[in-house]
Design a protein around this ligand. Structure first.
Ligand code: TRP
Length: 431
């Protein structure tokens, strides 16, 4: 049963704030609990290097973000939660995609173009202080997505162009080398409003107007006291529309609670009382997570172990897939014959067939999309044992052959790579 794959990355360049929580962490954790959805969440630490050259800050941010997602309820058993730099196939795929991406397309990418335009506006060299990492950013992001053939990528509006570029990369690669990649789609959460910050503009690190997600109760209270309001006195009716305080409240409160605050605004609630209500409402949701967060922050070993386990899970997919991609572009053994190459090409959509012969025994075979035989079993006394052997092949690929010696017909040398590719393709569809 194949399911819809969701994937998103979080750049490890800062400390999570309430805007990240409402806009990304909370909806993602909820989505990951939906049946039929396979989720990939990762810490985009290679991306962070584009902006940050402070190693301690990268490390600290990686821990803070990982701890935040886990504290918010992400279940690493249900999703694949990993650190980008633990997956060596991602930079490898970045290069393969670099070679099918037009330089012109990268010239037009928003983040790079904005940096160039800023230089031009001040009559500087257009590429002053622009590192090539910023220029290549969309390709690294394309590799993140295509490595796991994600169908849906939940992102903010500013990232739509990057997803479109990833689609183009998928198409250009597929066009040259056969169908390997699923063109991904951006998912924009319309219902999740962007959260205003302390000064009423969008909450963002770059405006320095954020409320850290795991501020202490005291800090939280103090920061909320600093949210901009107008100068209306207690008793004077107040506008809910355009009130940053109201919008933040709405992002945490139920519909009824929001209605009540709206009425109280009309009745002239004092700003101090409205702030107190906001504080209590946010703290109600965050306080239980705050404890988990601090216990994780104090136990980096545990977070590290979770990320490494996630990487292991991710690499079960990325390692065989990268092997297939290398093969596809021609980075392959010199003794691979033309016949073997054709077989690999046809091996996607391969499937197992189980059947019973006149001798009363149970058999299985692996056939490719056009029905050609890739792998043939000997006879089993029970269908259950035959099924177990199939499962082992699906889980371990060619690695299972040794354990299954004596159960299979010998594998011809022209078939080896095709069988490996077919099994790698299955492991991902089967999940
Ligand atoms: N560029 C994204 C951001 O800053 C983070 C990111 C990196 C990402 N790789 C990704 C998001 C892949 C989605 C998919 O928000």
């Amino acid at each position: 049963m194949s399911s819809v794959r969701f994937l998103t990355g979080i750049t490890t360049s800062g400390t999570p704030h309430l805007g990240n929580y409402v806009g990304s962490i909370r909806p993602s954790v909820r989505a990951s609990q939906t049946p039929g959805v396979e989720s990939y969440y990762f810490l985009a630490d290679y991306h962070a290097l584009i902006k940050i050259d402070d190693p301690a800050r990268i490390q600290r941010s990686t821990l803070e973000i990982a701890a935040s997602w886990l504290a918010a309820g992400l279940d690493p058993e249900k999703v694949t939660f990993y650190r980008q730099s633990d997956i060596p196939e991602i930079p490898e795929l970045t290069w393969l995609l670099t070679c099918v991406t037009g330089k012109g397309a990268l010239n037009r990418a928003h983040a790079y173009k904005a940096a160039v335009d800023k230089n031009l506006a001040t009559a500087q060299d257009p590429d002053m202080d622009v590192n090539a990492g910023l220029f290549m950013y969309p390709v690294l992001m394309g590799a993140d997505i295509l490595m796991f053939n994600a169908h849906k990528v939940p992102v903010g509006r500013d990232q739509i162009q990057h997803i479109e570029m990833a689609r183009d990369m998928a198409h250009s690669f597929n066009h040259r080398y056969g169908e390997h990649f699923v063109p991904p789609q951006a998912v924009i959460e319309e219902s999740v409003a962007t959260l205003p910050g302390l000064d009423g503009r969008k909450m963002s690190k770059s405006y320095d107007n954020t409320i850290p997600l795991f501020a202490s109760r005291e800090q939280l209270k103090k920061l909320i006291a600093g949210i901009v309001t107008d100068s209306r006195a207690p008793g004077e009716p107040k506008e809910a529309e355009g009130s940053a305080l109201f919008q933040i409240y709405q992002a945490f409160a139920s519909e009824e609670e929001t209605q009540i605050l709206r009425q109280d605004y009309a009745k002239g609630i004092a700003w101090a009382d409205a702030k107190q209500r906001l504080f209590e409402r946010i703290d109600l949701e965050i306080a239980p997570m705050r404890e988990t967060y601090h216990s994780l922050m104090n136990d980096p070993n545990r977070v590290e172990a979770i990320l490494l386990a996630g990487a292991e899970k991710a690499r079960k997919i990325s390692a065989p897939f990268a092997a297939r991609l290398r093969h596809a572009v021609g980075l392959r053994s010199l003794v691979t014959s033309e016949v073997a190459v054709k077989k690999v090409a046809k091996s996607s959509m391969a499937s197992f067939k189980q059947y019973r012969e006149k001798d009363g025994k149970f058999y299985f075979k692996l056939v490719d999309a056009s029905g050609d035989l890739l792998l043939q079993s000997l006879g089993f006394d029970s269908p259950k044992v035959a099924g177990q052997s199939i499962a082992l092949l699906q889980q371990q690929g060619l690695g299972a052959l040794e354990a299954l010696a004596g159960q299979l017909e010998p594998l011809g040398s022209d078939h080896q790579e095709a069988v490996a590719a077919a099994l790698a393709g299955m492991a991902r569809d089967e999940k």
